[in-house]
Ligand binder design. Sequence first.
Ligand SMILES: Nc1ncnc2c1ncn2[C@@H]1O[C@H](COP(=O)(O)OP(=O)(O)OP(=O)(O)O)[C@@H](O)[C@H]1O
Ligand SMILES: [Mg+2]
Length: 351
Amino acid sequence: MSEHARKFEAAQESVTKRNILEVQELKTYYKTRLKENVYAVDGVTFAIEEGKTLGIAGESGCGKSTLALSLMGFYFPPLHYGSGSIKVNDIDIMKLSKDQLRKMILGREIAYIPQAAMNALNPTLKIIHFIEDMMKEHRPELTKQQVYEMAAERFTMLHLSPDVLKSYPNELSGGMKQRTVIAISTILNPKVLVADEPTSALDVTSQKAVIRLLKELLDKKLIQSLVFITHELPLLYHVTDDIMVMYAGEIVERGTAHQMIFDPIHPYTKRLMGSIIVPEEGMKEHKLAAIPGAPPNLKHVIEGCRFADRCTFATDACRNGKIGNRHSGDRVYRCIFDVDTLKGWYANEER
Ligand SMILES: Nc1ncnc2c1ncn2[C@@H]1O[C@H](COP(=O)(O)OP(=O)(O)OP(=O)(O)O)[C@@H](O)[C@H]1O
Ligand SMILES: [Mg+2]
């Protein structure tokens, strides 16, 4: 292809790229048995373009799983919708009934693998049963035999043995169980897959196999986009185009995976990365740095910057002021300080 043709194609592609998932000012909360509210997702705005992969990272309890659950429109007590919008492939899912959501959206437009899903499979049912259940809802015209053939074809395509279909969950290793869950969840070719901690609790070899499978689903266009949630930020470097960091129910920074890992702007991202900025090899094995202190209690409405209590640069303005998003080129971060000031401090620390 000539240089001119290649540029034309790239330009066309950028014009036609659209957001497959769009979230605006989403607020969701838990109502506890003691009638207290936990504001776990508190004004989250982000979008993912078709064909892109996005990682969400942050410490335990910062709201990653709640955000994933909220994206599916799964509002069952104790989780409640507060405000904001969620558009999947341009469909505002909050305007749909539970029935429409189940029939038209879940599994077809957006699929979700909950945290620890592989341990939640009913041990008394063979793997094929879970697929038959899905097909009863979405492809009722198929016979059991046709469902089996379709599933076997998909498993083979993803380098999983079709024998797995006849196995019980407990007959499979952890890594195989997780890959099976991923293959089942994506059998209807959803546009977006939201995977919550799909590699946690797996050994390094199984983690690699899971990541290979996710990449294969993307390469074969069986899914268009991926949201990968983990508390291990460096792992995302190998998987996603962009990374978004959450803290106390908010997004504090978003950038490309490379920017977030090698050039963090927000003090929280910087601290998360700690001493991780090392040569690439082995980066996956690194855990997040421990940050002194703990995230704030999400039962209270928090004034000012939520990270202020743990931030060595915080001033009274951070604690009391209104914190908005700042832009630096294509980066977005939530802090009252500009990039040059923050980078100056970081450079000083490293001296
Ligand atoms: N069922 C629930 N009822 C009340 N509060 C809840 C419930 N589930 C989660 N929370 C609270 O909501 C907040 C966000 O939790 P969430 O599970 O979304 O965090 P996370 O970022 O996914 O953490 P992890 O990395 O440990 O999976 C936490 O303060 C948590 O205690
Ligand atoms: Mg979680």
